[in-house]
Each structure stands twice: as structure tokens, then as C-alpha cells.
Design a protein around this ligand. Structure first.
Ligand code: PHE
Ligand code: ZN
Length: 851
């Protein structure tokens, strides 16, 4: 039993562990409800501390016996901590223990559990303690030797394979690692195999292990892995360091994937792909996740985190690296725009609401609650800023120094920043505020033009966030270019270092007043506040040489247009519609880029902007304005739509590459508009001819959005009923595309469907993710969606606290809305919080959300 008030852990309280671990030996005797784990662990006193407390973490373990140096030992166990006093704490000793665990009963999917009869593990962050007693903290690193006894054809663990035979296999991982990188898999699996020769000639066996039947969905993931391995050698000089690299796909997984040393475990949705069952977006995401987990081998595994407060050390850097990889393989501007869309959709609401926390948090109750968009995506943005400030060459040098200096260590953000200081001689004390101050800075822009001198005055304010009422100015790299009246660039991109609360930058000798292109490439994760005319936005939309800012100009035009429609009942703005038409006509522009131009700010984003400007958002009004603008856009582009469709036909065999997927994206966006004009005739036709999932789903979505497509929906189900990943899409589609008044009844009906295996996180999220994301549906008057989600969070919490807690973020924006909606949400938050035995995960999330 847990105490009533969960304990808070603080960064400032960090103390090293009293002992170092030289070797870990583990033996697993697998049995579904009674697996035996026998451990032999060599400890020695840690010379860096005189603290000799010997405390091991352990949760849900039945201790059978324990020994120290061969002597039976009766340790004291309480609240997940085993304490003992070794007889000779100043000399090395060997700890041995045997525990029994129950994988079959493990529905939380943390520790050792069963997924479709296959054993697998998830140890990050603190799951190893559910496997055996251990100092379960990332700064304790050791080599691991593992023996698995079990009747399964495939028995895997980290590192290099050792002896194996009927009913057993041994593995040895020579690289010291923290326990969170431990993994074990056992089951009836088949491999898609390949080989990779590293730059120095090491031969690596690559295997992607899947359940029989999924063999046809492995080829793409394997190619992505090989590309990642090559890229990390070429761009970061990082070579793989074992004889084998194994990836396993599992159906029951709380997150996307996990970078266990030499044995990555993936949510099957994050690795399995085929043209018939996966969309272009799925392919791109899978490629990025494979790269991400592979890149962790150096940024995360070889160099790991001292403690969980340093999570962004590995995650921010690894997200940054996988984004570079995607930019290199595909289109850099398209990747950047997509990342910024995501950042605004997921990180900004977090940063600007009750869950706001620094990129490096200073306290937590449950670390699983801090695998957030702030730690990951803002963490990556911070690295992007650092690179911009020091330049590419110094960045490369700093990274080389980081790998040379810290290989094999468990590090901190201070270590990370120090390599940049040492390489560049810069003082990064102020820059470090990006890691300690939460919240999104708002940057206001004022301009002045006099006698050929142009002055840009910037001011920055970061609003208060929980526990941080006052903020200091941050170092904000502002990428700026200036355009002349005819659209020529009169000042190419330069980085302004904006470090004070207010600061002016002057540009002399200009022939005419320039138009500034500010924050090119989205050079810092801030909100830019600038009053400009639609005409100036339209000018940038037509002329900006920075592809990101050109897109941003269109986006801002669209946003301002929607906002005036919402607040003043205005008609759609002609500058936006004409500007859009011109861009879409320009066949020299990448179709993927033009597809992004057709996007609108999400309804939740519009609500956030209204809220920031002091207007209470009305979700139905936001929905209506968005629909109206879409309809006007369809009419305005009417003549162009058939041409866009013709231009984007793909004649080659399917390939999920940037060129083809860009065409399909633009063709799909054109179909969505066309469906508003032709009542679904074209979409019905397309659905019948679709020979890949991207086209099939795009046609079906258009039909459902138009209130049609019931026959196609049923046919889709019949076609794909045996493919769980496609059926996830089938669930999500119906909820996500229902009209606001139908969202709850659709979702509720689907919870009764025989395929709604709610204990599977993918399936749970497939239904409730789109419910929470459907802005007007989730906030539909009456609050039925709030209640439905709360009902299911209450049901899921005892089964899987981690996934429950993550879904609670659906409520994080509740203070934006009117008093009625806030009251309705408060009732649900309180109802969940009142559940007896509510998990620490969910309790912490809801307590923070309530504020
Ligand atoms: N470390 C994993 C990743 O980024 C994410 C993860 C965290 C997976 C916790 C499972 C549990 O790459
Ligand atoms: Zn990661």
C-alpha cells in the first residue's frame, strides 16, 4: 500500500549510490505466473561517497532467499525498498537473491509481462525493480550476463549471444549499462534478418523479430535501420558496438519504442509497415522512430543520464538527431514545418497550462509523467538553438568532445553545456535558463524606419508557470532576413542574439523600408506577437525566400482570417484565398510543401490564441468558422482542384518516399476540398480504386467527413478485421471524423464493439485519442465527452496507470474555457481523484491539472 500523499523527489537531493556494481548475472526460469529470477551481483564501495546505505529497489517481488557472500541473509523490506547492512561495507561483496514474479498478472506493461503469449520487458524508467532487487537508478552501471531458461523458440536479451540450446540461451552485454536498458524477450517469433558492415568492418547481424504472420511488414523497418546506422557513422562519427542488433515488435506497449541496449523493443505500430496497411505518415514516423531508438545507442546508452531529472539529456538530443536524419533523407523544410505544427499542437499547450514544467524538471512524484513533449520536443528545440548560436562547426566539435569525454558515464545537463563552453569559450549561464525556466516566451516586435535606417525592437516576456512566478530573459536566437519592396532579399538570414528583456537591432543603408522575415526556420520555440496587415503577410507568402516563413505567412494569414471570422463574424479574407491560390498554382513548389500550405491551424490552437488575447473560446464557433473557411477555399480553388489531382497522380510502383508521399498528400488535400463540392462522387470512385492504405484512408476520410461512406466503412472493416493496426485506424477514423454533436455517441457505441480490447494501449488510444483531439466534439455543450473519458480513465487506471495518466492531459487546457465547461470538467477531475487506490501516476497528473 502506498501512503496517502505520494513522496516528491527533488533534483537538489541527488546523492550518489554508496556502491558500484561490477557485474550482474541474472537467470530467468520463465513461467507465466511464477517466473523465478535469480541474481548474483558484485558490489564494491563507491569511492566518491562515504554513504554506505545498502538499499535496493523492488516492487511486487516475492523474495525466496537472499545471500551476502554466500551467507543467508534476511533483509528488511518495506515500501519497495530492501535495506541491509553488508557485514563489511568497505570491501567488495556479492549479493545473491531469488525472487518470484508473475508476468501474466502484469497489465501495467512495466517490468516483465506477457503480450500475446510472448514475454517482454519494459524497464525505463523504473521497471527493473519489478524484475529483481537492484539499485534501480541510471547512475549505477554494470555489465550484464543473462541466462534464460524457457521452452520458447526465441530467447533474447541484451548484448552478444552466448551459448544456447534446447530450452535455454545466454547473453552477455559487455557495455556497462543502467538497469533501465535491460531487456528480455521470449516467444514464438520469426526474424526478418539482414547484415550491416560498420565503417571499421564489424559485421553486425540485424534481426527484426515479429509474430508469425507479420513477416511481410518488416522490410521497410530493416531498411530504415540500415540507413540510420550509416547516417550516424557519416554525420556523427558513431559506430555500432555489438555483433547483433535485435528489434522486437510487441502489440502491448505503453509508448512508441524503447532503446534497450542491442535489443530495441517496439510497439508494433511503430515498426510494422506495408503499403497496403500503412499510410505515408506511418512510414515516415516508423523511419524516424527506428532512427531515434538506434541513435540512443550513443546518446542515451553509451552516455546515459545521471538521474531522471536529466532525461532531456538523452531525449532532447536524440529527437534532435532523428529530426536531422529525416531532414537529410526527405525534405528539410517539410520536416521543419511538420515539427513546428506538432510542437504547437502538443508542447505549447503543455508549456502554457497547468502541466508546464522546465525541460529539466526539478521535482516529480512519478517519473513516467515526465516523458513529455516539453522534455522531448522542446528539449530538441533547445539543442537546435544551441547549434544556431555556436554554428555548425562548433556544434560538431562539441559533440565530438561530448562523446570522447563522457563515453561510459552517466551525465548531467551541466556536463553537456560544459563541452560547448569548452569548445567555444562562450558562457552559457544565461542559455541554461532554457533548461530551468518553464513556459513559452512571448516575443513582441516593433519596427521603425527613418532616413534609411531600419530598427527592429524586440521585447520578451515569459508568463508565470506553476512554481515559477517570475522569469528572467532568455537567450533567443532570432533568424532574420529582410526583403525589399520588389520581394528581393536585401539582407540574407542572420542570427540576432536576443538576450535582454528589450533590445533593438538596426540595419543601415537600405534604399527602401524592408519587410522583415522574422524567426526563420522557427529559430526559437517562442510565440511571436506582431501586428501586421494581411497585405504584408500576403507579400511574405508570395516572396519569402525562407520556406518555413513562407509557410508561416500563409498560416498566420489563415489564423487571423479565422479569428476575425470567429470574433467579428467576418467573411473569409480575400488575401488569404488569393495568396493560397497563387502558391498552389506554382508547380515548381514541392507538392508536400503545397499540401502543408493547405493546412489550417487546429481548432485547439485557435482556442489557445483567443485565450491568450483575453477572449473565451467557443468551440462550436471555432468549428463553424473552420468549416466555412474550408468551404470557401474549396469554391475559390474550384478550377485548380482537378489539375492538382492530375498533377499528383503516381504512375510508378508504390514507394513511401518523400516524392510520392508528397504527391499523395497534395492529392488527398485536393480530394478533401473537392468532396465539399461534388458530394463525394470522386471520393467514392477513389475508394474503389485505392491500392494502398494512404489512398484508401484518404478517400474513406473524405466520405465520412461528408456524412457518407457507411458502406465503405463496413467494407473496410471486413477487409481488415484481422489486422489489428488497421482496425486501430478504423476506430479512430469514426470518432475523429464525426460531427461535433455525434462524437460522444459514436465513441460510446464503439466502446461496446467486440474488438474494443481496451487493455491494449493502442486500441484504447485509438478511440479516446481522437475523442480528446476532436475540439468541438470533446467540448460539446453538456460535457458528455468529459464524462465518457473520465469513466474509462477510472476503469483503466487500476490496469495500466501509465497510459491512464498520459490520457489525463486531455483536460490540461480546461482553464481556457467558459465557467460552465470548467465546472463540468472539475466534476470529472474530482470524480477520478476520489477513486480509492488511484495510482500515483494519475493522482499526480490530475492534481497538477487542477492547479
Ligand atoms: N526511451 C524511449 C524513447 O524515447 C521512450 C520510453 C520511455 C519507452 C519509457 C518506454 C518507457 O525513445
Ligand atoms: Zn528516446
Amino acid at each position: 500500500m502506498r501512503d496517502a500523499a505520494p513522496a516528491t523527489i527533488y533534483l537538489k537531493d541527488y546523492v550518489p549510490f554508496g556502491y558500484l556494481v561490477d557485474e550482474v548475472h541474472l537467470t530467468f526460469d520463465l513461467a507465466p505466473n511464477a517466473t523465478l529470477v535469480t541474481s548474483r551481483i558484485a558490489f564494491r564501495p563507491n569511492p566518491d561517497t562515504d554513504n554506505r546505505d545498502f538499499r535496493l529497489n523492488g516492487e511486487g517481488l516475492s523474495l525466496r532467499w537472499a545471500k551476502i557472500d554466500g551467507q543467508d541473509w534476511k533483509p528488511h523490506v518495506r515500501d519497495g525498498i530492501l535495506s541491509a547492512t553488508p557485514p563489511n561495507p568497505e570491501t567488495p561483496f556479492v549479493w545473491e537473491a531469488q525472487v518470484e514474479i508473475n508476468p501474466e498478472a502484469n497489465t501495467a506493461l512495466e517490468g516483465l509481462y506477457l503480450s500475446n503469449g510472448m514475454y517482454c520487458t519494459q524497464c525505463e524508467a523504473e521497471g527493473f525493480r519489478k524484475i529483481t532487487y537492484y539499485p534501480d537508478r541510471p547512475d549505477v552501471m554494470s555489465t550484464f550476463t543473462v541466462r534464460i531458461n524457457g521452452p520458447h523458440p526465441v530467447l533474447l536479451s541484451n548484448g552478444n549471444p552466448g551459448a544456447s540450446g534446447e530450452g535455454f540461451a545466454e547473453w552477455h552485454d559487455p557495455w556497462p549499462k543502467p538497469a533501465y536498458l535491460f531487456a528480455l524477450v521470449a516467444g514464438d517469433l520469426v526474424a526478418h534478418s539482414d547484415r550491416f558492415t560498420t565503417v571499421s568492418g564489424r559485421e553486425v547481424d540485424l534481426n527484426l523479430w515479429v509474430r508469425p504472420g507479420d513477416e511481410g511488414k518488416c522490410a521497410f523497418g530493416m531498411e530504415a535501420l540500415k540507413k540510420s546506422m550509416r547516417w550516424d557513422e557519416e554525420v556523427y562519427g558513431r559506430e555500432y558496438d555489438l555483433d547483433a542488433f535485435n528489434i522486437v515488435a510487441v502489440d502491448d506497449f505503453n509508448m512508441g519504442a524503447m532503446e534497450n541496449k542491442g535489443l530495441n523493443i517496439f510497439n508494433s505500430a511503430a515498426v510494422l509497415a506495408s503499403p497496403e496497411t500503412s499510410t505515408d505518415d506511418n512510414f515516415e514516423r516508423i523511419e524516424a522512430i527506428i532512427a531515434h531508438e538506434y541513435f540512443h545507442n550513443w546518446t542515451g546508452n553509451r552516455i546515459t543520464c545521471r538521474d531522471w531529472f536529466q532525461l532531456c539529456l538523452k531525449e532532447g538530443l536524440t529527437v534532435f538527431r532523428d529530426a536531422q536524419f529525416t531532414s537529410d533523407l526527405r525534405s528539410a523544410p517539410v520536416k521543419r514545418i511538420r515539427d513546428v505544427i506538432e510542437l504547437r499542437a502538443r508542447q505549447f499547450p503543455e508549456d502554457q497550462g497547468p502541466l508546464s514544467h522546465p525541460v529539466r524538471p526539478e521535482s516529480f512524484q512519478e517519473i513516467n509523467n515526465f516523458y513529455t513533449a516539453t522534455v522531448y520536443e522542446k528539449g530538441a528545440e533547445v539543442i537546435g538553438m544551441l547549434k544556431r548560436l555556436v554554428g555548425d562547426a562548433a556544434y560538431a566539435e562539441a559533440l565530438d568532445l561530448y562523446f570522447a569525454r563522457h563515453d561510459g558515464q552517466a551525465c548531467t545537463i551541466e556536463d553537456w553545456l560544459k563541452v560547448f563552453e569548452d569548445v567555444t569559450g562562450r558562457d552559457l549561464a544565461q542559455f541554461k535558463r532554457w533548461y530551468s525556466q518553464a513556459g513559452t516566451p512571448r516575443v513582441k516586435v516593433e519596427e521603425d524606419w527613418q532616413d534609411g535606417t531600419y530598427t527592429l525592437t524586440l521585447s520578451q516576456v515569459t508568463p508565470p508557470t506553476p512554481g515559477q512566478p517570475d522569469k528572467l530573459p532568455q537567450v533567443i536566437p532570432i533568424a532574420l532576413g529582410l526583403l525589399g519592396p520588389n520581394g528581393d532579399e536585401v539582407q540574407p538570414t542572420q542570427i540576432l542574439e536576443f538576450t535582454r528583456a528589450q533590445q533593438s537591432f538596426t540595419f543601415e543603408g537600405l534604399a527602401a523600408r524592408p519587410v522583415p522575415s522574422i524567426l526563420r526556420e522557427f529559430s526559437a520555440p517562442v510565440v511571436l506577437e506582431r501586428e501586421t496587415s494581411p497585405a504584408e503577410r500576403a507579400f511574405l507568402l508570395a516572396h519569402d525566400t525562407d520556406p518555413f516563413n513562407r509557410w508561416e505567412a500563409g498560416r498566420t494569414l489563415a489564423e487571423e482570417c479565422l479569428l476575425t471570422m470567429i470574433t467579428e463574424g467576418a467573411a473569409p479574407d480575400a488575401d488569404y484565398l488569393n495568396g493560397l491560390l497563387a502558391v498552389l498554382r506554382d508547380e515548381t513548389l514541392d507538392p508536400a510543401y503545397r499540401a502543408l500550405m493547405l493546412g489550417l491551424p487546429s481548432q485547439s490552437e485557435l482556442a489557445a490564441t483567443l485565450h491568450r488575447r483575453g477572449v473565451t473560446p467557443n468551440p462550436q464557433a471555432i468549428w463553424d468558422a473552420t468549416e466555412t473557411l474550408r468551404q470557401s477555399t474549396a469554391q475559390h480553388l474550384h478550377d485548380l482542384l482537378p489539375r492538382l489531382r492530375a498533377e499528383t497522380q503516381v504512375d510508378q510502383p508504390f514507394a513511401p518516399d518523400a516524392a510520392q508521399s508528397g504527391k499523395r498528400a497534395l492529392g488527398g488535400a485536393a480530394l478533401a476540398l473537392l468532396t465539399r463540392l461534388d458530394g463525394g462522387a470522386q471520393a467514392t470512385d477513389d475508394y474503389g480504386r485505392a491500392d494502398n492504405m494512404t489512398l484508401q484512408l484518404s478517400a474513406l476520410s473524405c466520405l465520412l467527413k461528408a456524412g457518407k461512406g457507411q458502406a465503405e466503412l463496413a467494407a473496410f472493416y471486413d477487409q481488415w478485421r484481422h489486422d489489428r493496426l488497421v482496425i486501430d485506424k478504423w476506430f479512430g477514423l469514426q470518432v475523429g471524423l464525426a460531427s461535433p454533436d455525434k462524437v460522444v455517441e459514436t465513441a460510446r457505441a464503439l466502446t461496446g464493439h467486440p474488438d474494443f480490447n481496451w487493455k491494449n494501449p493502442n486500441r484504447f488510444r485509438a478511440l479516446f485519442g481522437p475523442l480528446a483531439m476532436h475540439h468541438a466534439g470533446f467540448h460539446f455543450a453538456g460535457g458528455a465527452a468529459y464524462e465518457l473519458l473520465a469513466d474509462w480513465l477510472i476503469r483503466l487506471d487500476p490496469v495500466n496507470p501509465q497510459t491512464t495518466a498520459r490520457m489525463c492531459s486531455a483536460f490540461q487546457t480546461w482553464r481556457r474555457y467558459d465557467a460552465d465547461r470548467q465546472a463540468l470538467i472539475a466534476v470529472q477531475l474530482d470524480r477520478i481523484l476520489a477513486q480509492p487506490g488511484l495510482s500515483r501516476d494519475t493522482t499526480e497528473m490530475l492534481t497538477r491539472i487542477k492547479g
